[in-house]
Ligand binder design. Structure first.
Ligand code: SF4
Ligand code: SF4
Length: 534
């Protein structure tokens, strides 16, 4: 089914109470609003149970005969292992403060997309099976029985949550509905219910080192192609190395940076920066992925994928790891790495070889985000910049959920942007749509798949709306961000909601402005476009 046109979509948002109570409103698996099922070969490859052919729109999902016991045992086990999950099942007072904070609710008007009700899809089962009140009073106590219809509802709504955590910012009890979604997805894996667009990238990453399934030599070849593009744009030839043992730093970035526009322009910016400061770094063609689709799959998968870059840093004997512009790599490293795989004692506490700054906050993970690294270089006057080279852009900044809310990185990218362009050309979107309160791209957490396009555009409505505000008011023509998923998904979002706006990376803007030793006069930016509008 074709995605409705923007105005048609807006006309369908009717945030009015439904005709029936939520427990009596059946799930509506309509094309455009659900993801396709995981293909058996990927289910098998990752070692998840019950690989089989099935389709969400079919009546019979071919669940294993003892599916109910498996789910209940899965809940029991997680209540014991994850204290946060147990708390989130008990402490919600249903105040509704989170209700209108979710971009999927704002863009759909569907009550089950209110975070409070999304979590209630799980809590209702918890109450029925694990609390006395629920067992005795049933529906009166908000409890209901676990049926195949409930699993269908979980599938629909836990894959209409991007785990962005915006709702948790507004919850007076600190309930993190994203964690409930993560548990919902984990539990469904136990009975072979999963989506292909997460499983296939996770399997590719496990097999060849990146989500796209690109072989090591193709990864190297692609970056070498970008080396040619850098030379065409700047007259300077950069010399990245691959799998080089004894390099000081392992540089890991999302694979999209090496393959897809506009992310490739960001990678061109990194290489120029590293060339200019003479950084002793290497790419790994075997661990060619910063992103971690395990975050959207299960705790175990997250741990397995995160371990790869640490294993590779050990094999190559580097001192520390520098990470590219990425969202979910950072959420995993910042929030989970320490207790999952860490601390990384085979590495040294990161220290900038140019400024001498020791990144104390990274003393356990041994991993620094490129924005922290570059902001430190600029602050210590180690770079010569020509901001006028970005004069054709009027820029706004999209805080990516995982770097902003997930790890509190809000100032560094803004600091860099304001140094690499004329600050008068930078305009913030409205306050309640940026920083901690940022709106999600609507396609994160592995929902960046075309069959879900209607839902993605609904989820992207608040971000599109805020962007339109600065486009109309200030003539903004580029939205910068520091997450590879965002670079991919925001391109679709702006084509739909705010056509004519470009998406770019912070290090793309830096690469444009960076004055390189011995460079000829620059006439074009990293996109190969003239530096100034005629
Ligand atoms: S804001 Fe928190 S306590 Fe209130 S309804 Fe939402 S999750 Fe429950
Ligand atoms: S985590 Fe994000 S997508 Fe999920 S319910 Fe909360 S606001 Fe909505």
């Amino acid at each position: 089914m074709a995605t409705p046109k923007p105005q048609e979509l807006v006309n369908t948002i009717k945030p009015a109470p439904p005709a029936t109570e939520w427990m009596d409103t059946p799930v509506d698996l309509r094309p455009g609003t659900f993801c396709y099922a995981g293909k058996p070969k990927f289910v098998e490859y990752l070692g998840f149970p019950f690989p089989r052919e099935w389709r969400p729109q079919d009546e019979d999902w071919k669940l294993p005969p003892n599916w109910k016991e498996i789910i209940l045992e899965g809940i029991r086990d997680r209540l014991l292992r994850f204290r946060s999950f147990h708390l989130f099942m008990d402490i919600c007072v249903r105040c509704g403060a989170c209700a209108d904070k979710c971009h999927f609710f704002i863009g759909s008007g569907d009550p089950k997309n209110m975070p409070v009700l999304r979590a209630e899809l799980m809590r209702s089962i918890y109450r029925r099976e694990f609390t006395q009140a629920g067992r005795i009073f049933g529906k009166l106590a908000g409890a209901r029985e676990l049926t195949p219809e409930v699993i269908k509802e979980w599938y629909q709504y836990f894959y209409q949550c991007t785990e962005c955590r915006r709702c948790s910012v507004f919850c007076p009890y600190g309930i993190d509905t994203a964690e409930v979604t993560m548990m919902g997805r984990e539990l469904m894996h136990l009975i072979g219910v999963n989506i292909n667009w997460i499983l296939e990238p996770a399997a590719n990453c496990f097999r060849v080192g990146n989500h796209l399934g690109i072989t090591p030599h193709a990864f190297k070849g692609s970056i070498e192609g970008l080396v040619d593009d850098v030379e065409t744009a700047t007259g300077i030839r950069v010399n990245p190395t691959f799998n080089r043992k004894g390099a000081e730093i392992l540089f890991v970035t999302p694979s999209a940076d090496a393959f897809a526009a506009p992310a490739i322009f960001t990678l061109m910016g990194y290489m120029l920066l590293f060339h200019q400061i003479g950084l002793d770094y290497t790419f790994s063609a075997y661990n060619s992925e910063g992103g971690n689709f395990g975050l959207f799959t299960s705790n175990e998968m997250m741990k397995r994928l995160n371990a790869k870059m640490y294993a590779e840093s050990k094999r190559l004997g580097v001192k520390w790891i520098l990470g590219g512009e990425c969202g979910h790599m950072w959420r995993v490293v910042h929030q989970y790495m320490d207790t999952m795989n860490g601390p990384a004692n085979h590495l040294e506490v990161p220290r900038s070889p140019v400024t001498g700054t020791v990144f104390e906050h990274a003393k356990s993970t041994k991993m620094v985000h490129i924005c922290e690294f570059t902001a430190d270089l600029i602050r210590n006057n180690k770079l010569t910049l020509d901001p006028s080279r970005n004069d054709k852009y009027k820029v706004t900044f999209h805080d990516s959920c995982n770097t902003a809310r997930g790890m509190g990185m809000m100032e560094e990218p803004r600091y860099i942007i304001n140094k690499v362009m004329n600050p008068a050309n930078f305009h913030e979107m409205p306050e309640n749509t940026i920083r901690e309160q940022t709106f999600c791209c609507g396609s994160g957490s592995g929902l960046n798949t075309d069959e879900l396009m209607e839902m993605r555009m609904r989820g992207g409505f608040p971000r599109g709306n805020a962007l339109k505000h600065v486009v109309d008011k200030h003539g903004v023509n580029l939205m910068a961000c520091i997450c590879a998923i965002d670079k991919a998904t925001l391109s679709s979002l702006v084509d739909y909601w705010v056509p004519g706006t470009e998406i770019g990376g912070v290090h793309e803007l830096l690469g444009n402005a960076l004055v390189l030793d011995g460079e000829p006069e620059r006439t074009q930016n990293l996109r190969g476009e003239p530096l100034k509008e005629d």
